[in-house]
Design a protein around this ligand. Sequence first.
Ligand code: HEM
Length: 499
Amino acid sequence: MYFSLATIVSLLLFFSFLVILVSKGKKQIKLPPGPWRLPFIGSLHHLIGRGLLHRTLRNLAQRYGGVMYLQLGEIPVVIISSPTIAKELLTTHDLAFSDRPQSTSTNIIFYNNKDIAFCPRDNYWKQMRKICNVQLLSAKMVKSFGAIRKDEISSLVSSIRSTRGPPINMTENIFWFTNSVTCSAAFGKMFKDRDEFIKLLKDIFILVSGFDVADLFPSWKLLHKLSGAESRLMNVHKKVDEIMEDILKEHLENKATRNKGIGDQFGGEDLVDVLLTVMEDAELECPITNDHIKAVILDIFVAGSETSAAITIWVLSEMMKNPNIMAKAQKEVRQVFRGKKNYDDEENLEKLTYLNLVIKETLRLHTPVPLLPPRECREQTDIDGYTIPLKTRILVNAWALARDPESWHDPESFIPERFENSSIDFMGNHFEFIPFGAGRRICPGILFGLFNVKLPLAELLYHFEWELPYGMNPKDLDMTETHGLSGAKQNDLYLVARS
Ligand code: HEM
């Protein structure tokens, strides 16, 4: 059957007319403004090859506003860069925006997102957040890990003391410290595969925090295979799973012996013990299995260790760059600790007022998670006069909020004193400063993380004088941030320690 050209044109005109009529019948939605888009890739050309993502997004937001719309491949994304709009999103509309989108990498690593950080906001997430707040990361539990922290810090101090002269890779040492503390807290002191496990965690962090282009084209299944990322993820996952299975087996055997009253080979209760006890609770709304336990424990490592290590390294770097700040913080630590028999009691950390200001200012200037992990819109919502359609991904640029010139005086400079006599805190109430996020999804590990930052800093200031290697001028210290989604320092920090 053949149609003449005139018939085809008439049909096309008829259908276009129908489409216009139908769309006029629907309520018009007003998307937030954003840069121009290309077919297929959308706005990707505004981001690729333009440097660090959070900086590029801030530059675009300066042109298009605090709420900006991008089309990244097949994914609609809204970027929030204004404290007022962040507040509206994370308080008034938090319920609509507390879901997480699913991605291939987190699905593979976290046992089909059976963890807390990347799982959707469902009853399972609610149950696990509660267990996290009340048991795993409660103030009581975190304080009970004080002995582990003391042990690990004294190994770090001894190892630095024994170096006697040559530059020390502080980035590696601090990363090892935070992971060792987390390992002992999660698995107990007798964990035999610790070194292998910590190495694998580094790989996981790189794979999970990368910007995987394949995730932007979910319908192109082949792209995931071609990029090679999937097989790398499966490989690491398999190795980590074998180690974690062994840990669970050992803990179950230990629990059985303990129940028989034969004694405890592992020392006090660790996070795996707590989760195994939770697993036995027949009243749980969402029963948990070994995979859930493994996913939650991995979460604690991935979400907690790199962030704490990154911020500690930035504090050290900023103090090396600003010798006056270093001198003031060191004087305070020595005054507070001097003459005390138990100087390393963690209560003393609270008395380090100036060091706490330095940490706060570092969290502002070097936001460890510059773009908060993506949220997904679960119902169409109006924000600041614009419509955010269902399933849109939301990226809150916490880094941009912390440098917003309308909220901060001289935002690019490192000035710890700005927080003196200021009520601004990082508990998710001041939207110009949300290094731990805000709303229902706010970080549950703030206390655990802060102990892992304050303790090594205080001890390193107390025991050593610090110098840059090879007579380097503090002005020349490289402060470049890494690529990827973490805001860590790109190059390792090397320092010379004098006892
Ligand atoms: C300085 C250290 C840390 C920083 C800067 C940090 C930052 C963050 C941020 C920005 C989020 C996302 C919040 C949001 O979406 O609004 C988050 C979530 C999370 N963090 Fe932390 N974190 C730190 C330490 C820790 C530690 C030590 C742990 C565990 C021991 C931890 C466990 C988690 C978990 C489980 C989530 C997911 C929460 C959810 O989605 O419900 N974090 N963290």
